[in-house]
Design a protein around this ligand. Structure first.
Ligand code: ADP
Length: 187
Protein backbone atom coordinates (compact mmCIF):
# COMPACT_ATOMS: atom_id res chain seq x y z
CA UNK A 1 0.00 0.00 0.00
CA UNK A 2 1.40 3.37 -1.01
CA UNK A 3 -0.28 6.58 0.10
CA UNK A 4 0.02 10.30 -0.24
CA UNK A 5 -1.30 12.27 2.72
CA UNK A 6 -2.23 15.93 2.38
CA UNK A 7 -3.21 18.39 5.05
CA UNK A 8 -2.28 21.93 6.00
CA UNK A 9 0.00 22.52 9.01
CA UNK A 10 -1.85 21.42 12.15
CA UNK A 11 -4.36 19.16 10.36
CA UNK A 12 -3.29 16.09 12.30
CA UNK A 13 -1.39 14.44 9.48
CA UNK A 14 1.28 13.09 11.80
CA UNK A 15 -1.25 11.36 14.04
CA UNK A 16 -3.06 9.73 11.14
CA UNK A 17 0.19 8.73 9.43
CA UNK A 18 1.17 6.86 12.60
CA UNK A 19 -2.15 5.02 12.57
CA UNK A 20 -1.65 3.94 8.95
CA UNK A 21 1.94 2.84 9.55
CA UNK A 22 0.89 0.52 12.37
CA UNK A 23 -2.13 -0.79 10.53
CA UNK A 24 -0.44 -1.58 7.23
CA UNK A 25 3.13 -2.12 8.43
CA UNK A 26 4.50 0.51 6.10
CA UNK A 27 6.92 3.41 6.54
CA UNK A 28 6.30 7.15 6.77
CA UNK A 29 8.32 9.36 4.48
CA UNK A 30 8.07 12.87 5.85
CA UNK A 31 10.16 15.38 3.91
CA UNK A 32 9.75 17.79 6.85
CA UNK A 33 11.27 15.25 9.26
CA UNK A 34 14.04 14.38 6.81
CA UNK A 35 14.90 18.06 6.45
CA UNK A 36 14.83 18.60 10.23
CA UNK A 37 17.29 15.66 10.58
CA UNK A 38 19.56 17.35 8.05
CA UNK A 39 19.38 20.63 9.97
CA UNK A 40 20.09 18.82 13.22
CA UNK A 41 23.15 17.05 11.83
CA UNK A 42 24.38 20.36 10.39
CA UNK A 43 24.94 18.84 6.94
CA UNK A 44 25.45 21.13 3.94
CA UNK A 45 21.87 20.46 2.89
CA UNK A 46 20.66 21.21 6.41
CA UNK A 47 22.56 24.46 6.56
CA UNK A 48 21.05 25.72 3.33
CA UNK A 49 17.54 24.54 4.23
CA UNK A 50 17.40 25.96 7.76
CA UNK A 51 16.66 29.61 7.04
CA UNK A 52 14.08 28.68 4.40
CA UNK A 53 12.28 26.38 6.83
CA UNK A 54 12.46 28.92 9.65
CA UNK A 55 10.58 31.35 7.43
CA UNK A 56 8.00 28.72 6.48
CA UNK A 57 8.96 28.86 2.82
CA UNK A 58 9.59 25.84 0.61
CA UNK A 59 12.96 24.21 0.05
CA UNK A 60 13.84 23.90 -3.64
CA UNK A 61 12.22 21.14 -5.67
CA UNK A 62 15.60 19.74 -6.80
CA UNK A 63 16.73 19.07 -3.25
CA UNK A 64 13.43 17.50 -2.30
CA UNK A 65 13.21 15.29 -5.39
CA UNK A 66 16.75 14.00 -4.89
CA UNK A 67 15.93 13.18 -1.26
CA UNK A 68 12.74 11.32 -2.19
CA UNK A 69 14.36 9.47 -5.07
CA UNK A 70 16.94 8.02 -2.71
CA UNK A 71 14.47 7.33 0.08
CA UNK A 72 11.79 5.41 -1.83
CA UNK A 73 14.41 3.02 -3.19
CA UNK A 74 15.45 1.90 0.28
CA UNK A 75 14.44 -1.65 1.16
CA UNK A 76 12.16 -0.67 4.06
CA UNK A 77 9.80 0.84 1.49
CA UNK A 78 9.15 -2.52 -0.17
CA UNK A 79 6.00 -3.13 1.83
CA UNK A 80 4.67 0.36 1.17
CA UNK A 81 5.01 3.97 2.29
CA UNK A 82 3.13 7.12 3.17
CA UNK A 83 4.33 10.33 1.61
CA UNK A 84 3.78 13.07 4.16
CA UNK A 85 4.52 16.66 3.20
CA UNK A 86 5.42 15.66 -0.35
CA UNK A 87 4.63 16.46 -3.15
CA UNK A 88 4.07 20.07 -2.18
CA UNK A 89 4.34 21.76 -5.56
CA UNK A 90 2.94 20.82 -8.96
CA UNK A 91 6.47 20.34 -10.22
CA UNK A 92 7.21 17.89 -7.39
CA UNK A 93 4.04 15.94 -8.26
CA UNK A 94 5.04 15.67 -11.92
CA UNK A 95 8.60 14.66 -11.02
CA UNK A 96 7.17 12.05 -8.64
CA UNK A 97 5.05 10.56 -11.43
CA UNK A 98 8.17 10.07 -13.54
CA UNK A 99 10.10 8.59 -10.63
CA UNK A 100 7.35 6.13 -9.76
CA UNK A 101 6.96 5.09 -13.38
CA UNK A 102 10.69 4.34 -13.64
CA UNK A 103 10.55 2.28 -10.45
CA UNK A 104 7.27 0.62 -11.41
CA UNK A 105 5.57 1.77 -8.20
CA UNK A 106 1.92 2.80 -7.95
CA UNK A 107 0.20 5.16 -5.52
CA UNK A 108 -2.91 3.42 -4.21
CA UNK A 109 -4.56 6.35 -2.52
CA UNK A 110 -4.28 10.09 -2.09
CA UNK A 111 -5.89 11.35 1.11
CA UNK A 112 -6.56 14.97 1.96
CA UNK A 113 -7.38 15.94 5.55
CA UNK A 114 -9.38 19.16 5.38
CA UNK A 115 -9.47 21.61 8.30
CA UNK A 116 -10.81 25.12 8.76
CA UNK A 117 -8.08 27.77 8.92
CA UNK A 118 -9.06 29.27 12.30
CA UNK A 119 -8.96 25.86 13.90
CA UNK A 120 -5.48 25.32 12.49
CA UNK A 121 -4.18 28.50 14.09
CA UNK A 122 -5.77 27.49 17.38
CA UNK A 123 -4.21 24.02 17.29
CA UNK A 124 -0.75 25.26 16.42
CA UNK A 125 -0.83 28.00 19.04
CA UNK A 126 -1.79 25.34 21.56
CA UNK A 127 1.01 23.04 20.39
CA UNK A 128 3.51 25.91 20.74
CA UNK A 129 2.25 27.01 24.15
CA UNK A 130 2.26 23.49 25.56
CA UNK A 131 5.86 23.33 24.49
CA UNK A 132 5.34 19.89 23.05
CA UNK A 133 7.05 21.13 20.03
CA UNK A 134 10.52 22.55 19.76
CA UNK A 135 9.99 23.49 16.15
CA UNK A 136 11.24 26.95 15.19
CA UNK A 137 8.45 27.27 12.65
CA UNK A 138 5.56 26.73 15.11
CA UNK A 139 4.63 30.31 15.88
CA UNK A 140 1.66 32.17 14.57
CA UNK A 141 3.26 34.60 12.12
CA UNK A 142 5.33 31.86 10.50
CA UNK A 143 2.37 29.53 10.62
CA UNK A 144 0.37 32.09 8.68
CA UNK A 145 3.09 32.07 6.05
CA UNK A 146 3.08 28.26 5.97
CA UNK A 147 -0.68 28.29 5.41
CA UNK A 148 -0.27 30.92 2.68
CA UNK A 149 2.40 28.81 0.97
CA UNK A 150 0.17 25.77 1.34
CA UNK A 151 -2.69 27.52 -0.42
CA UNK A 152 -0.53 28.92 -3.18
CA UNK A 153 1.70 25.92 -3.95
CA UNK A 154 0.04 22.84 -2.49
CA UNK A 155 -3.67 23.35 -3.17
CA UNK A 156 -2.91 23.12 -6.95
CA UNK A 157 -1.29 19.73 -6.26
CA UNK A 158 -4.48 18.57 -4.54
CA UNK A 159 -6.46 19.75 -7.57
CA UNK A 160 -4.08 17.78 -9.76
CA UNK A 161 -4.92 14.53 -7.95
CA UNK A 162 -8.60 15.45 -7.84
CA UNK A 163 -8.62 15.82 -11.64
CA UNK A 164 -6.96 12.42 -11.93
CA UNK A 165 -9.81 11.06 -9.73
CA UNK A 166 -7.30 9.80 -7.18
CA UNK A 167 -8.24 12.12 -4.32
CA UNK A 168 -10.22 11.27 -1.19
CA UNK A 169 -11.10 14.15 1.11
CA UNK A 170 -11.62 13.59 4.84
CA UNK A 171 -13.13 16.05 7.30
CA UNK A 172 -10.31 16.75 9.77
CA UNK A 173 -12.52 18.67 12.21
CA UNK A 174 -13.67 15.54 14.00
CA UNK A 175 -12.16 13.45 16.77
CA UNK A 176 -8.88 11.68 15.98
CA UNK A 177 -10.72 8.34 16.11
CA UNK A 178 -13.41 9.49 13.69
CA UNK A 179 -10.83 10.84 11.24
CA UNK A 180 -8.97 7.51 11.43
CA UNK A 181 -12.20 5.62 10.85
CA UNK A 182 -13.08 7.75 7.83
CA UNK A 183 -9.64 7.14 6.35
CA UNK A 184 -9.88 3.38 6.89
CA UNK A 185 -13.36 3.33 5.36
CA UNK A 186 -12.13 4.70 2.05
CA UNK A 187 -9.15 2.33 1.79
P1 ADP B 1 4.00 21.14 8.08
O1 ADP B 1 3.81 20.80 9.51
O2 ADP B 1 3.81 22.58 7.77
O3 ADP B 1 3.26 20.24 7.14
P2 ADP B 1 6.57 19.87 7.44
O4 ADP B 1 7.08 19.29 8.69
O5 ADP B 1 6.03 18.95 6.41
O6 ADP B 1 5.53 21.02 7.79
O7 ADP B 1 7.72 20.76 6.75
C1 ADP B 1 8.41 21.75 7.44
C2 ADP B 1 9.16 22.65 6.46
O8 ADP B 1 10.07 21.84 5.69
C3 ADP B 1 8.29 23.34 5.42
O9 ADP B 1 7.75 24.54 5.91
C4 ADP B 1 9.29 23.55 4.29
O10 ADP B 1 10.15 24.63 4.56
C5 ADP B 1 10.11 22.27 4.33
N1 ADP B 1 9.55 21.21 3.47
C6 ADP B 1 9.03 20.02 3.88
N2 ADP B 1 8.60 19.30 2.84
C7 ADP B 1 8.86 20.03 1.73
C8 ADP B 1 8.63 19.83 0.34
N3 ADP B 1 8.05 18.72 -0.13
N4 ADP B 1 9.02 20.81 -0.51
C9 ADP B 1 9.61 21.93 -0.08
N5 ADP B 1 9.83 22.19 1.22
C10 ADP B 1 9.47 21.26 2.12
Amino acid sequence: MNFILFGPPGAGKGTQAKMLIDKFNIVQISTGNMLRDEVHSESELGKSAKSIMDRGDLVSDNIIIAMINKRIQMSDCNNGFILDGFPRTLNQAIELDGLLEDLNIKIDNVIQIEVDENLLLERINKRASENESIRNDDNSSILKNRIKVYKKDTVPVIDYYRNLKKLNTINGMQSIQKVSQDILNIL
